[in-house]
Design a protein around this ligand. Sequence first.
Ligand SMILES: NC(=O)c1ccc[n+]([C@@H]2O[C@H](COP(=O)([O-])OP(=O)(O)OC[C@H]3O[C@@H](n4cnc5c(N)ncnc54)[C@H](OP(=O)(O)O)[C@@H]3O)[C@@H](O)[C@H]2O)c1
Length: 346
Amino acid sequence: MRYRNFARTGWEVSEIGYGMWGMGAWSGSEDAESLGSLQRAIDLGCNFFDTAWVYGNGHSEKLLGQVLRANSGKKLFVATKVPPKNQAWPAPTNSTLDENYPPQHITEYVEKSLRNLGLESLHLIQLHTWNDSWLEDSRIAAIEQLKTTGKVCAVGISLNRWQPWNGVKAVRSGLVDSVQVVYNIFDQNPEDELFPACREKNVAVIARVPFDEGSLTGTLTASSKWADGDWRNSYFSGGKLQETLKRVDALKLLLREVTQDKMAGDGPSEGMTLPELALRFILSNPDVSTTIPGMRKTRNVEANLLVSGRGTFSEYAPAYLPADLLVELRKHRWERKLTPEHLPVK
Ligand SMILES: NC(=O)c1ccc[n+]([C@@H]2O[C@H](COP(=O)([O-])OP(=O)(O)OC[C@H]3O[C@@H](n4cnc5c(N)ncnc54)[C@H](OP(=O)(O)O)[C@@H]3O)[C@@H](O)[C@H]2O)c1
């Protein structure tokens, strides 16, 4: 595992961290399997865990708490999130800070998360949604003040899906130590404004949803469906699955060309899978501090975490992918906007 600096905090975090939404709230989760996968990740060098109170109303946090206690001698970084008081994902454009994150609500949820995790202090607390307009409300300073209580070491924001521009002001204001943003082969737009601002202000970047909720693993088909109540039914609804699969097929074709033809041999491209390509694309960007694939299955933990270890080829380092392949991947950028069918998209 390689480690990267988590910007101004000075923490050394694994470049592949752990996304914990699925095990808290998606259909098909098995706690025993999730706990085993978390332990395997720690054994493979993962030290950064992203959870949230809303992932099963504390369930994901409690699973992490168990694993932390079983690994008490290790330095493991815990990031969690305060849900918006109005339970609105994404944050409604014209809503106020008071409707979403009044100071008292933030404090209350920090306490709840600490209890779920069995900790006295969190490494990182994030607001689970964000609007840059909230900077105009002076009570936003409450999140910074959390650091003086000793209950929180650093503060961050998790940006609304596909709104990387709606966080640039927060980064430039110096308020936050980190931003969490959707960044993957399809969603490349954080590179435009957000990443340069983070670089300038020394703010850490947590690249989330590396697999576009599973599509970039190449495992979805036209008949993919999830149990009633699983939010992926709405994410991939209304023709979105079909449109996504077309784009995934184009990537599979590119990957075949790359692995069989141009760069075949004993280089890094040999045997590269689509999930590996997806992770390498993200890691090739030095602005990224860590990416946090969601994983419940141990085989997925092993496949993903070993990507970071497999990096000694001169062809990779320090770019993780050959330059000409990166140029090709730029062409797969997909500009998306939330539609009513997508909602609520967390
Ligand atoms: N608003 C927010 O702040 C927000 C929103 C979304 C996500 N997040 C964070 O970002 C994390 C990552 O996003 P995500 O979990 O939504 O989606 P994701 O990481 O894009 O995709 C997760 C899916 O990919 C599967 N998978 C993982 N590795 C695989 C592999 N090597 N081969 C095949 N399948 C593989 C997982 O399966 P299994 O689970 O079955 O192993 C799961 O179904 C979340 O867990 C959460 O921590 C935050």
